[in-house]
Design a protein around this ligand. Sequence first.
Ligand code: MN
Length: 343
Amino acid sequence: MNADNENKAFLEKLEQIVRRKRKVLILTHDNPDPDALASAFALKYLLHAKWKVGSLIAFGGIIGRAENATMARLLKIETKNAGEINIRDFSVVALVDTQPGTGNNALPRSIDPEIVIDHHVPIYSRTLKAPFHDIRTDYGSTSSILTEYLKDAGLHHIDRKVATALLYGIKSDTRDLGRETTPQDMAAYLYLYPQVLFKILSRIEHPKVSRCYFKTFELTINRAVIDKEVVISDLGSIRKPDSLAEMADFLVRLEGVKWSLCLGEFRGSIYFSFRTTKRQGYAGFIARKMVQGLGSGGGHNMTAGGKVDLDPKDEGSYKTKADMLVSRFLKEIKRTDFKGEKL
Ligand SMILES: [Mn+2]
């Protein structure tokens, strides 16, 4: 964990910003994952428990995966769609698990957030301008940072729903502490462990799923093309953009595979997600190269994703841009000789 006094300095700064403020807006990245939801939930809890400051959690897009929807429902994480609120109504804006300028959140360009807490690379220049920013790129999850805040805030106890959310946030971002995990993530995990509601966690991790979910697997497998250590699946139209991350996770388990890439179209944009088994895979940097001049993207060493808006007037736009993303991806991983054959 970070030294207690460093966290305490962060907490003091946070207090200065939110003190006597009526309502804080907490924004996560679009289509939030468990780490984003848990971090927002924990910040909301901290602001209220420590300083009696109210806040509202919002994001663009949807909660797609069944696990995430179950998490929000069972842990009572109340959220709003960013389209339903006026960001200017809030005196303080906080971003968690995302940063201003990434293109993956609902923050308008004209608004500068007061608070940014994240663990993604790169660190954006607008982040550094925020009065409060705590970006720990060496951490496996933003939930680990929030766990340290709660631990050092001097609260008598942590709400068990918040602890459960945070533990699941750490677990899912680090793939059960196996991917890009640091001792800080481990320490946060162990700190939360005694407080976790395990029956609820089990229901979150093994939710009922729709027929559409099985169809997505069918589509992913049918469309997958492989050549040695690389597998790519272009799903075409999809119902939930965050299913791509899950499908990329699924494909990277294939024996011999070191890279998996999934793409799909959702509400007028191409989304993509990829995974690598290489510890120093620079996935986040590759994602940014892929979207250069086209859209937004980023990630970590072993996981990344992005989004490119399509031209609504051009019917061939999906194919052109998908091809471009794939060829840039192959160039970055030095596999321009890729000749995909069906799985
Ligand atoms: Mn995260």
